[in-house]
Design a protein around this ligand. Structure first.
Ligand SMILES: Cc1ncc(COP(=O)(O)O)c(C=O)c1O
Length: 435
C-alpha cells in the first residue's frame, strides 16, 4: 500500500542533472538570482509543463502516477493534487455539485473559501447552525442535517468542516449514513486533517464515508504552502480536474506539487509512525501540563481553553508563535517532523506562562434574515462602516480576519445588533455593507 516511488522528484532530479538549456519559462532559467536568499534548488526545480513533466489538469504522466500513489496511500479511489490549496479543491467539489444539480446544506462553521466558491458558482446555501459553541468551533447534531435533507426531496449534498480550526471533529460516519439514506453526497473540508488517515484508528473522512474531501498537505504535513489533496471515493479524478482548472492557475507550481509527493514519500517511509509517535507525545504533554484545560478531538491540534490572546503574548515573549488565539482559546499545531527537543521546548514555555480563564463566548444570535442572494450581495457596490452603524444594513463581500477566516455574518444577511456584538467579541470593528 505504501508509496515509495517519487516520479515527480525523479524527473526533477534528472532534468537538473541533464543541465538542459531552458529555452522555456520561467524566466529565471533555473538559476538563483545573485544575492537571493532563496536556496538555489528552489529555482532549479521550479519548472513548467515541459516534455515529460506532464500537465496537472490533463495529467497522464508523472503527476498522475504520483496522484494515484497518493490515492493508494490514503485508501481512496482517486486523488488530485492542488497547488492552489484546499481552496481550489473546495471550488472543484462545489462545481461538481453544481453539475449534479444538487442543493447545498452546510454546517455554518465554514472557511471563507467555501463562501467564495458558492458566490462564484452562484450556489445558495441552507445553513445548519451549531447546537453548542460558536462559529469558529461548534458542535452539531446529526439530526439537524437529517431534517434539512428530509425537508426537500431534491438532490442535495451536505458540507461540513472537520476538524475545525480548534481540532473539533464532527461525526462523519453518522453524517455519511444519513446522507446515504437520502441519496445525498457528503463533502468534508478536511483542510486540517491530512494526517487523520494515519492515526492508530483511521479517522480520515474518506474512511468514515465521505464522498469527497480536501486535505491541505501544507497545514499538518511537511509540504509547502499551497499544497493540497482532493480525495475522491470514486474514480472521477479526471472529471474533478476539469472543475479545478475552472479556478486554478494554468501554471501550477512544480515546487508545490513535488512537495506533496515529498510528504507522501515521507509518510511511506517513517512519517506514519512519526504521526503516531507525535500523537502519543502530545497526549503525554496534555497530561503533564495539568494547569491547562485542553479542548478539541484531534491529537495534533493542541487547543487550550484560556484567554488565548494573553497566552499567545506570553508564548511570543519566549519566541514561540501559535497558530491561532482568541479570547476563548489558543491553538498550537503539532506535526510529524517535530523532535523530542521541540516538545521539551513547548512544555518549558507553557510551564513558564500563567494561563487566565477564557472569556465566556456570547450566545449565538438567531440566524439573520437573508435579505439578498449571497452572490448578488457579494458582487454589489459596497462600503465599509463601523459596527456602530452596521445594524439594519446588508452584509456585502465578507471580510474576516485570517486565521481563522470563518465568516460570522454572511454576504446578503441583514446585520442585527446581536451579530454586531458577536463580531466585537472577536475584535472586528468594521464591516463591508451593500451600498
Ligand atoms: C477550515 C479551512 N478550510 C479551508 C482552508 C483553505 O485552505 P488553503 O489555505 O489550503 O487553501 C483553510 C485555510 O486556513 C481552513 O482553515
Amino acid at each position: 500500500m505504501l508509496q515509495k516511488k517519487a516520479p515527480i522528484t525523479d524527473f526533477l532530479v534528472q532534468y537538473v542533472k541533464n543541465d538542459t538549456f531552458r529555452a522555456h519559462m520561467p524566466g529565471h532559467k533555473g538559476r538563483a538570482l545573485p544575492g537571493t536568499s532563496l536556496p538555489a534548488a528552489a529555482f532549479a526545480w521550479d519548472i513548467t509543463e515541459i516534455a515529460g513533466a506532464d500537465s496537472l489538469f490533463e495529467a497522464d504522466g508523472i503527476l498522475r502516477a504520483s496522484e494515484q500513489a497518493a490515492a493508494q496511500l490514503y485508501g481512496g479511489a482517486d486523488c488530485c493534487f492542488s497547488a492552489g490549496g484546499s481552496t481550489l479543491c473546495i471550488q472543484a467539489m462545489l462545481a461538481k455539485m453544481k453539475a449534479e444539480r444538487r442543493r447545498i446544506i452546510a454546517a455554518r462553521t465554514v472557511h471563507r473559501a467555501f463562501l467564495n466558491a458558492c458566490i462564484l458558482l452562484d450556489l445558495p446555501v441552507t445553513w445548519v447552525y451549531p447546537r453548542n459553541g460558536g462559529l469558529i468551533a461548534g458542535a452539531y447534531a446529526a439530526e439537524d442535517f437529517e431534517r434539512a435533507l428530509a425537508s426537500d426531496p431534491s438532490p442535495a449534498c451536505v458540507y461540513v468542516t472537520s476538524p475545525d480550526y480548534c481540532g473539533n471533529m464532527q461525526d462523519i460516519a453518522a453524517l455519511s449514513t444519513i446522507c446515504k439514506s437520502h441519496g445525498a453526497r457528503l463533502l468534508v473540508d478536511n483542510a486540517h486533517g491530512a494526517h487523520l488517515a494515519f492515526l492508530p484508528e483511521n479517522r480520515h473522512p474518506l474512511a468514515l464515508g465521505a464522498d469527497f474531501c480536501c486535505d491541505s498537505a501544507h497545514k499538518m504535513l511537511p509540504s509547502l504552502t499551497g499544497a493540497a489533496l482532493l480525495h475522491c471515493s470514486e474514480g472521477c479524478g479526471m472529471e474533478m480536474k476539469q472543475y479545478m482548472q475552472l479556478f486554478g492557475s494554468t501554471s501550477p507550481s512544480y515546487l508545490i506539487l513535488q512537495s506533496i509527493e515529498g510528504a507522501m514519500v515521507h509518510l511511506a517511509n517513517d512519517g506514519i509512525s512519526r504521526i503516531q509517535a507525535c500523537a502519543r507525545r502530545a497526549q503525554q504533554l496534555r497530561e503533564r501540563l495539568s494547569q491547562y484545560a485542553f479542548a478539541g478531538d484531534d491529537p495534533l491540534h493542541l487547543t487550550i481553553a484560556c484567554d488565548g490572546e494573553q497566552l499567545a503574548a506570553e508564548l511570543r515573549a519566549q519566541n514561540v508563535e501559535c497558530e491561532y488565539a482568541d479570547r476563548t482559546c489558543l491553538v498550537l499545531l503539532l506535526s510529524p517532523v517535530m523532535e523530542e527537543a521541540d516538545f521539551v521546548r513547548l512544555e518549558t514555555a507553557l510551564n513558564a506562562c500563567a494561563p487566565q480563564p477564557p472569556a465566556t463566548l456570547p450566545t449565538l444570535p438567531e440566524p439573520a434574515e437573508q435579505a439578498l442572494p449571497m452572490r448578488e450581495a457579494a458582487l454589489s457596490a459596497w462600503e465599509i462602516v463601523p459596527l456602530s452603524q452596521a445594524a439594519g444594513r446588508i452584509c456585502g463581500p465578507v471580510q474576516v480576519p485570517c486565521p481563522p477566516a470563518v465568516p460570522l455574518v454572511i454576504s446578503g444577511e441583514r446585520i442585527t445588533p446581536e451579530w454586531c456584538d458577536l463580531m466585537r467579541f472577536y475584535g472586528i470593528e468594521t464591516i463591508a455593507v451593500v451600498r
